[in-house]
Design a protein around this ligand. Structure first.
Ligand code: GLN
Length: 485
C-alpha cells in the first residue's frame, strides 16, 4: 500500500483505509527500516499523525482536500521546514530549525500531504553515496553492503525501503537520478527554474533543482503537479504555466516521437556491460512503442565532468561563506578573536568533502585564476548547452545511461574523490544545460542490482518525459520489483 501514492489516494476515497491508518503504517515501516537503512535524519510521528487526523476529519466533514491528501511524503534534509530541524546532514547545522518552510514544503502542506520526516544525504548535497553525512551512512535496500547513491540517498532509500510512496530530493549534478538508478525507483530532475528553490539550502545556485522520487513515473507526475510553478521569492523561477503532468501519463502511443540515442556514451570507458545492455534493451522497448530511434551525439560530453567540477565548487564556495558561526551554523567555543572564531567554527562544522569543494571553488574564482578556470568553465557550459540545442532540433528526447555502473560497495570510492566524481559522467549535462531529465528503472545486473536508464527532454518538456516514461513502464515491470527485505 505504501508503494503508490495513487493507490493511497484511492484507498481513502473508496473508504478502504483512513489517512490515520496509512500514516500508522508509514510510521511502522520507518521504525522497522531505520535501524538498517538509516534513510532519515529526523522523523516526526506526532506531526504526521496530527496531519493525518485532520485529513480524516476534513474528509468526514465533506471538505475538498488537496491532491496529496493523506499521502506520506519524506523530504530531503536540505529543504527548510519550520517544524523540524534542517541539517543538510552537516555538523554545521546540527539542530538548526529554520523559521520558515521552503516553498515546496509549503506546497506539500497545502496539498494535504503527510510529511513524515527529513531524509539523510551527503553533507550539503556534495557527494554520490550519502557517505559524507554527519548522521551516518544510508544503506541500499537492495544490498545492504552497497550505497544507495547520493546525494539524495536517504530520500530514495525511504521510497525503496517501502516507508513512503513519495519523496522530495534535489539534483545539482545527478543527486535525484543517480540514487534513483541505484535503488530501482523513478526520479525527475525538472527544468532549471521550474520548481522554486526558495528555502532550499543552496549548493550551486545555477544548477540546483528540487524534484520528485517515486516507484513510477505516474506517481512522480502527481508530485510534480504540486511542486512546480512560478514563485517570485526565487528570482530564477520561470513564469510559465504548469500543465497537468498526470495527463501525460495516460497515453502509451509513442508514434511520431523521435528518440535520440547517445550511442557513444554507451561505449564510454568504464561502463558496465549490464548498463549497456539495459540501454540497448530500452531502445527496443521504445521502438516497440512506436518511437523513431535516431543516433545523436553531444560532442562536448567529455567536458561535462570537468566543467561541472569547476562551476559547482565555485558557487558552493560563495554560498557556504554564510556558515561562519556568526550568521549561521556551529560556533566554536573559546575563540580569542573574531578571525579565529570564523576559522575554528568552519574547521569544526564542515566535513572533508565540503572543505575540499570550498578550497577548489575559492581557488577557481581567485584573482589570476578565474579566467583560467571559472570563466573558462562558463564558456564551455555555453558549448554544452549548444550541443543540447542542436540535438533537440533533430529529436524530441535523448536516451542513455544514468550511471556507468550499478550501486557500488560502501567504502569503495569514499577515499578517491575522482572516482566518486566520475559517477556523474552522464548526469551533469542536464544540469549544465538546464534541461529536465528522468531516471527510470531499466533492468537488473546479474547479481540483482537495479539499473537505471535516462531520458532527457528540451526545457520545460517534463510532460514528454512523463509520457515516454509511463509508456515505458506500461511495457516493462522493473519499477514493480521490490528489494526482498
Ligand atoms: N555527485 C554530484 C556532486 O557531488 C552531484 C550532487 C548533487 O546533485 N547534489 O556534486
Amino acid at each position: 500500500m505504501l508503494d503508490s501514492a495513487l493507490e493511497v489516494l484511492r484507498l481513502q476515497t473508496s473508504g478502504e483505509a483512513s489517512a490515520v491508518e496509512i500514516a500508522e503504517q508509514a510510521m511502522a515501516a520507518i521504525e522497522a527500516s531505520q535501524p538498517t537503512h538509516n534513510a532519515y535524519t529526523h522523523v516526526d510521528r506526532q506531526a504526521a499523525m496530527a496531519t493525518a487526523k485532520s485529513v480524516d476529519a476534513r474528509r468526514a466533514a465533506g471538505e475538498t482536500l488537496g491532491p496529496l491528501a493523506g499521502v506520506p511524503v519524506a523530504v530531503k534534509d536540505v529543504l527548510c521546514t519550520n517544524d523540524m530541524p534542517t541539517t543538510c546532514s552537516s555538523e554545521m547545522l546540527r539542530g538548526f530549525r529554520p523559521p520558515y518552510d521552503a516553498t515546496v514544503v509549503e506546497k506539500l502542506r497545502a496539498a494535504d500531504a503527510v510529511i513524515v520526516g527529513k531524509t539523510n544525504m551527503d553533507e550539503f548535497a556534495m557527494g554520490a553515496s550519502t557517505e559524507t553525512s554527519a548522521f551516518g551512512i544510508t544503506r541500499n535496500p537492495w544490498d545492504l553492503e552497497r550505497t544507495p547513491g547520493g546525494s539524495s540517498g536517504g530520500a530514495v532509500a525511504a521510497v525503496a525501503a517501502g516507508t513512503v510512496p513519495l519523496s522530495l530530493g534535489t539534483d545539482t549534478g545527478g543527486s535525484i537520478r543517480q540514487p534513483s538508478a541505484f535503488c530501482g525507483v523513478t526520479g525527475l530532475k525538472p527544468t532549471y527554474g521550474r520548481v522554486s528553490r526558495y528555502g532550499l539550502v543552496a549548493f550551486a545556485s545555477s544548477l540546483d533543482q528540487v524534484g520528485p522520487i517515486a516507484w513510477s513515473a505516474a506517481d512522480c507526475a502527481l508530485l510534480m503537479n504540486v511542486i512546480a510553478g512560478y514563485e517570485p521569492r526565487d528570482s530564477t523561477s520561470l513564469n510559465k504555466d504548469v500543465p497537468d503532468y498526470t495527463v501525460a501519463t495516460q497515453s502509451t502511443d509513442l508514434r511520431g516521437i523521435r528518440i535520440g540515442v547517445l550511442r557513444e556514451s554507451m561505449q564510454a570507458e568504464g561502463i558496465d556491460p549490464a548498463v549497456q545492455q539495459a540501454v540497448a534493451h530500452a531502445i527496443g522497448v521504445f521502438a516497440e512503442l512506436g518511437a523513431e530511434i535516431i543516433d545523436v551525439d553531444l560532442p562536448h560530453r567529455e567536458y561535462w565532468v570537468p566543467t561541472y567540477y569547476v562551476i559547482a565548487p565555485s558557487e558552493a564556495s560563495s554560498n557556504l561563506s554564510r556558515f561562519d558561526g556568526a550568521h549561521y551554523g556551529h560556533r566554536a567555543d573559546g575563540a580569542s578573536d573574531l578571525l579565529s572564531m570564523y576559522c575554528r567554527s568552519r574547521a569544526e562544522g564542515f566535513g572533508a568533502e565540503v572543505k575540499r569543494r570550498i578550497m577548489v571553488g575559492t581557488y577557481a574564482l581567485s584573482e589570476g585564476y578565474a579566467d583560467e578556470y571559472y570563466n573558462k568553465a562558463l564558456k564551455v557550459r555555453r558549448l554544452i548547452r549548444g550541443d543540447y540545442d542542436a540535438a533537440f532540433s533533430q529529436v524530441d528526447l535523448l536516451l542513455g545511461p544514468v550511471t556507468p555502473t550499478p550501486a557500488f560497495r560502501l567504502g569503495d570510492k569514499i577515499d578517491d574523490p575522482i572516482q566518486m566524481y566520475l559517477c556523474d559522467l552522464f548526469t551533469v549535462g542536464a544540469n549544465l544545460a538546464g534541461v529536465p531529465a528522468l531516471s527510470l528503472p531499466g533492468g537488473f545486473d546479474p547479481s540483482g542490482l537495479p539499473i537505471g536508464i535516462q531520458l532527457q527532454a528540451p526545457t520545460l518538456e517534463e510532460s514528454r518525459l512523463f509520457f515516454a516514461g509511463s509508456a515505458f513502464q506500461s511495457l516493462t515491470d522493473y519499477h514493480t520489483k521490490r528489494p526482498n527485505q
